[in-house]
Design a protein around this ligand. Sequence first.
Ligand code: ZN
Length: 501
Amino acid sequence: MGSHYDALLQHLNDIHNLRMAAAVLDWDRETTMPEGAAASRATQLSVLARLAHEKFVSERTAELLEKAEVELNGADYDSDEVSMVRIARRDYDEAVKLPAEFVAEMTRLTAMAHGEWAKAREAADFAAFRDTLKRIVDMKRQEAEYRGGGEHPYDALLREYEYGMTTAQVKEIFESHKPALVELIAAINEVKDRVSDAPLRQPFDIAKQREFARSVIKAYGFDFSRGMQAESIHPFCTHFSRNDVRITTRFDPNHLNPALFGMMHEAGHGLYEQGVAPELDGTILDSGTSLGVHESQSRLWENIVGRSKGFWKWALPLLRKAFPGQFDDVDLETFYRAINKVEPSFIRVEADEATYNLHIMVRFELEQALLVGDVRVEDLPEAWNAKFESYLGIVPPNDALGCLQDVHWSVGLFGYFPTYALGNLLSAQYYAQAVKECPEIPEQIEKGEFSTLLSWLNDKIHRHGRKLTADELTRRITGQSIQADDYIQYLKDKFGEVYSL
Ligand code: ZN
């Protein structure tokens, strides 16, 4: 490649590595750091964020970008080089809108807020977190102003996580499938006693839980020579390179689901990161393209594969072996129904597939209302509870089960929640396409073979990294933009069977 491009690439890779170093500190904070280090770690993260930001928004970046753009003018849109410059330009134009001081202050505030939120949540004491949340919301409002663009202030925040998607589009796609969800949940509610999840709620040895879940994700194709699994309060996936992908798990000694399905979920994210093309390693393209597409991968492995009957034809005998005596009387049908029990509940991360997107719609509407001032932070608990009742028919008994449950707002993630629901929709849309192209996939899953599915995902999605936007990717793969039809059909088929509707 030309010399200007090479200089730009080196410059961007340096910035990328600063960010990856910060990600290692972040991983450490979540998994091993002693509580007393909160303030010093906040400073360290803030310094790294500032250095990376200053370097990225510098004159040098602008100059190198302009020269590389001229040099590559007319080259192939899909090439690594043109993609690198295109995405760097997009990131740069976005990043220069934020003053370095603002970025450092936001990083410092949210690094401290995380601990305050955790304590407030533990004590179910919203008042203990209220003032900090107010400062965060004020800063997010300021950030939306700095970023600008779009019809709604929320557009500017959404763009960070789901580039190309607007608030109006999200609203439309949510409205397009909300009635079908509400109808399905009501139909299930009529016959809710047909399914029990009792087999999943027994004492389960934690070491055995870990071993079994790890064997499942290994079978999926998660490469432990380029990844690892640890424990944290809130499960997540992070990566410092396609060859260093970290996932975390939370264990419940009396419930099989959190660790098992949680590990499948995080492994889905991990498989995406491990599948990015080697040529993109160490560059700004070395990651998933959007959070919605990322979540499509985690939900696909957790739910579409991991909660399918075919999967458990293979896995139930193995589970019986892992927990002798605990599943001897549980047949495949009963187990399949147990893992697919539908029940309106308070906690999003434990929600079933039918109610999940309603949890997201609550947050999506509240975030917009907070941002434009329709709901004040001090009134958030009441607003949350009212919306929750109207969407899910239940009212949280306290704020730990209500508006304090999620970590996102404490770390400044506004505009992030919709991507979870978009991920659900995309998971069904992509899987339907995969099976259309490779009809042998369901039969292979029954035998514990996942390589055809993983290769398809690698080829169609993973290897591109950030080169293509979510919409470009989805259109190329399925011939159309994101839609809710495949997801609703998937839910109707599955829960029609599980609940004999
Ligand atoms: Zn996820």
